[in-house]
Ligand binder design. Structure first.
Ligand code: NAP
Ligand code: GDD
Length: 341
């Protein structure tokens, strides 16, 4: 019998990498997609239309984590062995604009899934996509599983609820429910409004004369950036560990947004120089042409200035470690983008 996995959020960056990973492991993969006016499955079209569909290994269903009926009906019908909850309004800045919707998706979504597990089959394993954003205004660096949370956005506050409701269902109902506390992870499939993809796309276009300028916010924010492909393997390892638990997944290194820009420019052989301070900071190509400016609208109302994770526990217990560094991540993102232009 093949194992059945159910992924909420299959159409997102991580959903796409995780489905490929699980299909390779021999799982039958079911995924939940939302109805939208435009087709939103481009990240998984290759596997859906291709070999896996013909062998009937990947199945898509309409649903929404804000709709309790769809959540429970799907779990009842599909009877998965493992559920991965990746569904979220995952943009921190947008969560200030849509705080209630963000809470409904990010905090109550996992509660609805856990409640359906409790009702239908307590043996289903549950993975919750936790976030380093929960550490927010950090108490210590690097952050580990014992570092207290100090969330700084409606998104991060909702993720803290999701974290604790997962722990609570584990302790109250003996459900195999685990949290992965994942630090930022990127890839060629990253959404276009997250800073890494925004930088990669813009600099590639500026290089070939298709775009004039890139506008950014706080270029001094530091993040611990890994590759999504490495991180979905960790999700699977977390659910296949001998007991449910919570794990930090990170690279242990962090860089500023400005350093990320410089590394992408280096990869593209663009010579850039920075001048000015704060909102007036600008980057020039070949010392003459201004190609990057800062804009107030891209600064966060409450910023998370620095994040760096300690993945020692995952390394020791799950035998997981990141296989790619920042340069390898940038190579992958830039090369994939150049092919599109
Ligand atoms: P993403 O690309 O934004 O994907 C989010 C997924 O959730 C998409 O499939 C989206 O569907 C779906 N979704 C949104 N609202 C939904 C709803 N109401 N009902 C059902 N599905 C819904 O995010 P990602 O980068 O893959 O991240 C996956 C998860 O990990 C998220 O929970 C995120 O918060 C968390 N996380 C991400 C990172 C990171 O650095 N990437 C780090 C830590 C934690 P559409 O395609 O229709 O929009
Ligand atoms: N998006 C964006 N756009 N961010 C900018 C910009 C800009 O123009 N300029 C500077 N930044 C800064 C942000 O202020 C933030 O400090 C940093 O770049 C990273 O922003 P994002 O790429 O939007 O990611 P994030 O760290 O806020 O959130 C991502 O990682 C979390 C894990 O720590 C998302 O994937 C979340 O879903 C995830 O939980």
């Amino acid at each position: 019998m093949k194992k059945i996995a159910l992924i909420f959020g299959i159409t997102g960056q991580d959903g796409a990498y995780l489905s490929k990973f699980l299909l390779k492991k021999g799982y039958l993969v079911h995924g939940v997609k939302r109805r939208s006016s435009l087709i939103n499955t481009y990240r998984i079209d290759d596997i859906y239309q291709d070999k896996f569909k013909s062998k009937k290994k990947l199945f898509l269903h309409y649903g929404d984590v804000t709709d309790p009926l769809s959540v429970s009906n799907l779990i009842k019908k599909i009877k998965p062995a493992e559920i991965y909850n990746l569904a979220a309004q995952s943009h921190v800045a947008v969560s200030f604009e849509t705080p209630e919707y963000t809470a409904n998706t990010v905090a109550l979504g996992p509660l609805r899934i856990l409640d359906a597990i409790k009702k239908f089959n307590k043996k289903i394993k549950f993975y919750q996509a936790g976030s380093s954003e929960m550490f927010g205004k950090v108490f210590e660096t690097p952050q580990n599983e014992k570092t207290p949370f100090y969330p700084r956005s409606p998104y991060a506050i909702a993720k803290v609820y999701a974290h604790w409701i997962t722990v609570n269902f584990r302790e109250s109902y003996n459900i195999f429910a685990s949290n992965g506390i994942l630090f930022n992870h990127e890839s060629p499939l990253r959404g276009e409004t997250f800073v890494t993809q925004k930088i990669v796309k813009a600099l590639c276009k500026i290089k070939i004369g298709k775009q004039k300028k890139l506008y950014l916010g706080n270029v001094y924010a530091k993040r611990d950036w890994g590759h999504a492909e490495d991180y979905v393997e960790a999700m699977w390892k977390i659910l296949n560990y001998k007991k449910p638990d919570d794990f930090i997944i990170s690279t242990g290194k962090h860089y500023s947004v400005k350093q990320f820009v410089n590394l992408v420019a280096k990869k593209l052989q663009m010579k850039i120089t920075w001048k000015g301070k704060g909102i007036d900071e600008k980057a020039y190509l070949d010392t003459k042409k201004c190609i990057i400016e800062c804009k107030k609208e891209y600064f966060r109302l409450a910023e998370v200035n620095t994040l760096k994770g300690n993945y020692y526990k995952a390394k020791k217990l799950l035998k997981w470690k990141p296989s790619r560094d920042i340069n390898s991540l940038i190579n992958d993102m830039v090369e994939s983008e150049l092919k599109k232009n």
